[in-house]
Design a protein around this ligand. Sequence first.
Ligand code: PEP
Ligand code: MG
Length: 876
Amino acid sequence: MATKWVYMFSEGDATMRNLLGGKGANLAEMTKIGLPVPQGFTVTTEACTQYYEDGRQINDEIMAQVMEAMSKMEEITGKKFGDKENPLLVSVRSGARASMPGMMDTILNLGLNEEVVETMAAKSGNPRWAWDCYRRFIQMFSDVVMEVGKKYFEALIDEMKAKKGVSADTELDADDLKELASQFKAEYKNKLGEDFPTDPKLQLVEAIKAVFRSWDNPRANVYRRDNDIPYSWGTAVNVQMMAFGNMGETSGSGVAFTRDPATGENKFYAEVLMNAQGEDVVAGIRTPMEFDELKNIGMTDIHDELLNIANILEDHYRDMQDMEFTIENHKLYMLQCRNGKRTAKAALKIANDLVKEGKITKEKAVSMIDPRNLDSLLHGSFSKESLKNAVQIGKGLPAAPGAACGKVVFTAEDAKAQGAAGEKVVLVRLETSPEDIEGMKAAQGILTARGGMTSHAAVVARGMGACCVAGCSAIVMDEENKTFSLGGHTYKEGDIISFDGSTGNIYDGALPVQDGSIEDEDFKTIMEWADEIRTLKVRTNADTPADARKAVELGAEGIGLVRTEHMFFEGNRIDAFREMICSDTKEEREEALEKILPLQQGDFEGIYEAMEGRPVTIRFLDPPLHEFVPTEEEDFEKLAKAKGKTVEEIKVLCEGLHEFNPMMGHRGVRLAASYPEIAVMQTKAVIRAAIKVNQAHPDWNVVPEIMIPLVSKVHELKFVKQYVVETADAEIAAAGIDMKYSVGTMIEIPRACVMADKIAKYAEFFCFGTNDLTQMTYGFSRDDSGKFLQDYYDKKIMENDPFAKLDQEGVGELIKLAVKKGHEMRPEIHCGICGEHGGDPSSVEFCHSIGLDYVSCSPFRVPIARLAAAQAALKD
Ligand code: PEP
Ligand code: MG
C-alpha cells in the first residue's frame, strides 16, 4: 500500500505522536473527545523526512494527498479555498514530536488574495477585520516563506501609526490596513522581483515547504541539541481552518495553563487578548486581560466552557496542559493543547500533587520529569523574564550548569583577591589549568575560549558545582592586556557579563541570578520514589571530602572515581607534586613522594570519613603532564630552590617532560610502570587511611578499591598490580589486622575493550573512562574537538558532542564487548562508568540497558543520574 502522508484530524489520536507530531496528535485527540477544534489535517513527520531526502522538494505523491485532504476539508467546513462566495482560510503550523516552542514557523490567514479579501470585507460587514487579516498574512508569508521584509514591515506599521497619531495597531482603521497591505506587497515585489502569490494552492505548497524548511533553521538546530531531540524526527505540518480572534470586541485569542507553570500551584491561569490573533498574545504587543475579566464583558459562558475544557483535558492527559484558544464572535475554539513547559520546581510539585490527587502512579510521576530540568533546581539560573531583554553576545559549550554574572577578571589571582573582597567576578581564560583552581572557586563562573566538555575547566567546574561555559572559540583573547572581544563588543577587566552554563549562552551586562536549592519536599519525595524504582547504582566522582559530603547529601551511594592528581590543585600542594614529576632520579622522586604520602593519606581519610563506609574507588595518578608542569618564571624559581637545582636545570627537566600529545602521553599506568614507587606510595596512603578509619569506626568496614588507569595491555596491569598487592599486604600484615581491598582497572582505551577477558584475569572491577574512551575511539582530542564539532553540526555529520552524550553505536559497542568479555573471565566482576557521560540521562539509560552496576558522576549530577536510572528501569 502506498504510504499515507496526510491524516485528517478525525483520523488520528494521541498515540500517533511520532507520526503526527505533538500538536497534530493532540488536535486529533481533542477532535476525538468532541472538543470544539477547527478541522484540518496533518502532513506527517515522515513527509518532512521525505522532503529532505528528495532534496528539499515535496514529491507528487505527498502533494496529491495534501490536495485530497484540502478537498475533504472544504467538504467538512462547507467553505472553499480561494472562493469568492465563502472562502476558506487556514493556518499552517509546525509540530514536532517534542514541543519546541517558538523554534519553527507559523503562517495564519493563508488563502487570501485581493479578490477574497474584498469578498470577506463585504460579506462580513467588517472590512477592518478583512484587511487586518490580509496585511498579517502578507507579513507572515513574506517573513516565513520568502524570508524578506520583517523589519521593513514593522517599520511601515510604525510609520502608519505615527501618521495617524495612534499607538496601538487596533486603532488603525480599514483604510489604513488596506494601505499597509499594498505597501507590503510593493515591498515584496521590490525584494523578490515578482508579485505576491495570489493562488491559494500555491501559497499552501510554499507554506508547507517553509515549515519543513524551518526544521533546519539555526535556532531549531541549537534547541534540538540543547534538548536532545534527534534531527531525524522531522516536523509535521498542521493545516487548520482559521478561527478569527480579530473579528472585533466579541473575538479574541488566548493561552491557558491548567496549573501554574512557574510554581506548579493547582490554579488555572489564562490570558486573553480581545480583537487579536494568536501571535499578538505571544509577541506581547498589548497587555492581555486576566481570564476572569471575561465575565465582565458578557462572556461568562465562554469563561465556564474554557474552564470545563481545561478540566477535561487535564483529566484526559493526566498532566498539566498548556492550551491555545480563540474566541470568534463569541464562540470558543481550541487550537492546541500540550503538556505544558514548566520550571523544575513546578514539575516536581505537579507530579507529586497528581499522585496525591490519585490521578497518576508514583512510577508515572517519576517518568514525567525531565532529569536535565533538575539542573536549574540545584544551580542558580536566570529568570525567563530577564532573558527576554538580554543581549546575547556569544555561545560556548554548556560545560557546567548554573548562571553566572559578575565583573570580568582574567587571572585566578585576581578572581581570588576580588572574590575575597566580596566582589562578584567571572573568570575569563583562554583555558584553565590546575593552578587556577582557587580562582575558579572564588568566581561566580568560568568562561574559556578553548577546551571541550571534558576539558580541565569543565571537569573541575562540574565537580565543584560551579557554572562554566567552555570552548567559546569566537572569543578573541588578549590576556596580556586583559581584554577580550566577543559579539562585536570588547570587554576589559571590571566590565560585567553574564553566562548560562546550561545553554552555553553568553550575555552582555548584568542579569539577575536566582539561587538553586534542594530544600524542597517535592524533590525529596520524587527522588525517594526514583530510588525505589532504579536498579542501577549511582556513585560520584569526588576528589575532596567536601565534594564527597555534597554528593552523599545529593544521594550518592559511593565514589566511583577519586582523581588523585586533582588533590594537588589546592594551596601549595602543587609544589610537592611538581617536585615529584620533575625528578630525574628515583631517590629524588622518593624524597618528593615522602612529602606527598601524608597529604594523600589525610585526603583519603577525609574522603572515607565523608562516605561513612560506602564504597570508594581511588584511581592512581593519571596526570596529563602538561596540566602540571610550571609555566611561570616564579614557579620555575620556586621549584629550582626546592630541588637545589638551577632554574636552567629545571627548565631543561620540564622541557624533557614536554609531549606532543600529552593526552596520549606518559600518564596513567605508564607513569606507574616507569616509576613503581608512585604506585607504592599511593597504595600505602590508601591502605593506611582505610585501616585508620576502620579502627575509628568498627561498624563501617571500608574496603578500598584501587583503580589503575589507562591500561591497554594486560602486562601493564599485571606489572603494577604486583607492587600494589605486595605493599598493601605488607601494610595490612604490619597492622596485624584482616582487611579486604580490591584492585581493578579503568577501561578507557579501545584495545582494553577488545582484550577485556585477559585484563579481567587481574582486575576485580572495571570502570569505563568514557572521556578517554571516546577520545581514543573517535581519535578526537577531548580538549580541542569543540573547534570543528560546530562544523560537524552545521553539516549534519554529527548531532551531538560525543564527550557529553555517549556515542552508543561506536563507543557503546566497545563497552558492551568489554562487559561481556569481562564477565566471561570473571563472572562476579562489577562494572561501572565514571566518564562525564555518567551524568547524562540518555547515557545513563544505555548503562542500565547493558547491565552496568553503577554510573559515577559529579556531585551535582547525582540526582539527575538517579532519576534517569529510574526512568530507564521503567522502560524495561
Ligand atoms: C575518563 O577518561 O573517562 C576518566 C574518567 O578519566 P579522566 O577524565 O580523568 O581522564
Ligand atoms: Mg581518563
